[in-house]
Design a protein around this ligand. Structure first.
Ligand code: FAQ
Length: 313
């Protein structure tokens, strides 16, 4: 009875668009859903540095190298904001990393694809960050306060990332035949994985109904995917690229682009750990975590020493 009343009051707050804060009462399933989604989001930001990091040493100019380095650093920062937001739900950072390393926590499927050419760096910024922004702009309105505030900060930086990627694509698309081919090839390989980032169709999305009711998600997977497609297709056509989908066409009646069938077998295969890069990405993360242990130990020792000095002063 007590819980039923609390649940009713909780839903009333959500319906009135009042943010839920860490010390507020919340249903255990709400807390668990946030822990899962926010930590997966954080892992995606951090693992997402790897495909781009692959091109840092081979960026074609000092300017592009500096920009790429700043972008990758931003992604690390986004991971940190998100881990902090997730920690407010009562789980420690080490636990999140353990779940990732044990394969219990996911990260976005898209980061398991390889970056074969410099054009892939353009495609990631334009398409992957572009897709991430569409989702994250929506998540600014999420019902959990710390997640919502992290999203506001992240979105400001992410829009620069999308432009960084599109600029590379514009340059290549206006370059030599070979450069244009590189841009087209990158679009061909990254288009479908980017569309898959939004997750399964609404009818097959296990968590969507409850997450929409609790306003953890503000728009459904399919609504966000359609928004992304509508705006991105125009940008690609504008620079003379074509999309690897023969069914992609403007539907005047709906006011949206129609698009072809998504290969869900490929999506689930990657999500379950059998994509081209899954093993490599996770192994690299584990190794970096182990190699970096001395930094964490030194930081803790420094903090402890500072505390002891302050206590004895
Ligand atoms: N990859 O019931 P739903 C970025 C899983 S940030 C892997 O629809 P939900 C920045 C899902 O977890 C990109 N797994 O799930 C950047 C669930 O499995 P579970 C990350 C996926 O949570 C750019 C199952 O399928 N963004 O890119 C994926 O309601 C460049 C059923 O799915 C976020 O994480 C997928 N794509 O909706 C960084 C945004 N899709 O957990 C570096 C926040 C679904 O029960 C470089 N997250 N699954 O075992 C969300 O909005 C949601 O969690 C969705 C999925 C929309 C991803």
């Amino acid at each position: 009875m007590e819980d039923a009343k609390k649940l009713e009051a909780f839903q009333a707050k959500i319906d009135a668009d009042i943010k839920i804060e860490p010390k507020d009462w919340m249903p255990e399933k709400y807390r668990q859903t946030l822990i899962r989604q926010i930590s997966q989001h954080a892992h995606s930001e951090v693992i997402g540095m790897q495909p781009e990091g692959n091109w840092l040493t081979r960026a074609p100019s000092l300017r592009s190298k500096k920009i790429l380095m700043a972008k990758i650093q931003d992604e690390a920062g986004h991971g940190l904001y998100l881990y902090c937001a997730a920690e407010t739900l009562g789980v420690k950072r080490e636990q999140f990393l353990e779940w990732l390393h044990e394969g219990k926590a996911k990260y976005s499927s898209v980061f398991n694809y390889p970056t074969l050419t410099w054009a892939d760096i353009g495609a990631i910024g334009w398409l992957v960050d572009g897709a991430a922004i569409v989702n994250q702009v929506s998540l600014q309105g999420t019902s959990y306060g710390p997640y919502s505030r992290a999203m506001v900060k992240i979105c400001m930086e992410e829009s620069f990332h999308q432009r960084q990627g599109y600029e590379i694509m514009v340059t290549l698309a206006n370059g030599t035949d070979e450069q244009k081919e590189m841009a087209q090839d990158a679009l061909n390989r990254w288009w479908w994985p980017s569309i898959m980032m939004f997750g399964p169709h609404d009818a097959d999305s296990a968590h969507s109904n409850q997450s929409l009711k609790w306003k953890i998600k503000r728009e459904s997977n399919d609504e966000l995917r359609q928004k992304f497609i509508d705006k991105t297709v125009e940008q690609g056509l504008h620079i003379g690229l074509t999309f690897p989908d023969p069914d992609l066409k403007w539907n005047e009646e709906k006011g949206h682009y129609d698009f072809g069938a998504i290969d869900w077998d490929e999506f689930w295969n990657v999500v379950k750990g059998y994509g081209a890069g899954n093993k490599k990405r996770l192994a690299h993360h584990k190794e970096a975590h182990e190699v970096g242990s001395w930094v964490r130990e030194a930081a803790i020792a420094y903090a402890n020493k500072k505390n002891n000095i302050q206590k004895s002063a």
